[in-house]
Design a protein. Structure first.
Length: 252
């Protein structure tokens, strides 16, 4: 291949650099909060948290960190596989930074089915200016973490509960976490629960507990003895958790 003249090489280098610059500067984030500081999350997190758990619903945000602030009033966020990862209610928002108004995109996202999806950003002319991919997985395991040790900032492995023991007549609350194999899955809004028909145990799914937006599960034992609850994600059964009602007389 013949060598290009020096001035052609310089021009080509400038074109490549300008192209790379144009492709950079976009930050796509979600509002999945992973920091248990028992304070309300303000604004988006610092990144996307793929892989997402099937059934999760959250918001995504696109910000332009370049000096020019390129986001226009007709820019869009799209999913190439909406049956897997759906994007809706896309809107352009404004904020002020250093005395200048800047724009960002905000949209609602839903992880609907296992698979992968490309997320696209299009400008006012419909041209693609940014692309990334996300993954959605169905969980094969749901872990429950007791909120007490989490409040005391104990290591999380000390909070994992294999068998739920609840004082009879009382209620205990747990954080739900989702896994596919050894991969942790992210997102909220997918947890469900089925309780025994004998009335030994009741359970309630909570979306917020002590200011933290997560999937929480409150379990109440109505009588002494063993029982169980079935945990679901997106309406599908995933894990069975043993529950034991403990009488007050058994407390040491």
């Amino acid at each position: 291949m013949r060598n290009l003249p020096a001035h052609f090489r310089r021009v080509l280098c400038l074109l490549l650099c300008s192209g790379l610059f144009a492709a950079c500067g976009f930050d796509l984030r979600d509002d999945v909060d992973l920091t248990l500081n028992f304070a309300a999350l303000v604004g988006p997190s610092d990144e996307l948290h793929s892989p997402y758990v099937k059934g999760a619903r959250f918001n995504i945000f696109l910000d332009d960190s370049s000096p020019s602030g390129r986001i226009g009033s007709a820019w869009t966020l799209e999913s190439e596989a909406p049956a897997v990862f759906a994007i809706s209610n896309v809107r352009v928002q404004e904020y002020e930074h250093d005395g200048k108004k800047r724009r960002y995109l905000q949209a609602a996202a839903a992880a609907l089915e296992q698979g992968q999806a490309a997320v696209l950003v299009r400008d006012d002319r419909g041209a693609e200016v940014f692309r990334t991919s996300v993954e959605v997985l169905r969980p094969d395991r749901i872990e429950l973490l007791a909120h007490g040790p989490l409040l005391l900032e104990r290591p999380e492995d000390q909070a994992v509960t294999r068998e739920v023991q609840v004082l009879t007549g009382g209620t205990a609350t747990f954080l739900a976490r989702y896994y596919s194999g050894e991969r942790r899955l992210y997102g909220n809004g997918t947890l469900g629960v089925a309780t025994p028909t004998d009335g030994s145990v009741t359970a309630q799914v909570r979306q917020t507990f002590i200011f933290e937006d997560r999937d929480w599960l409150s379990i109440s034992a109505l009588r002494e003895g063993p029982s169980q609850v079935l945990l679901l994600a997106a309406g599908e059964p995933v894990s069975t958790v043993p529950v034991v009602g403990v009488a007050e007389s058994a407390l040491a």
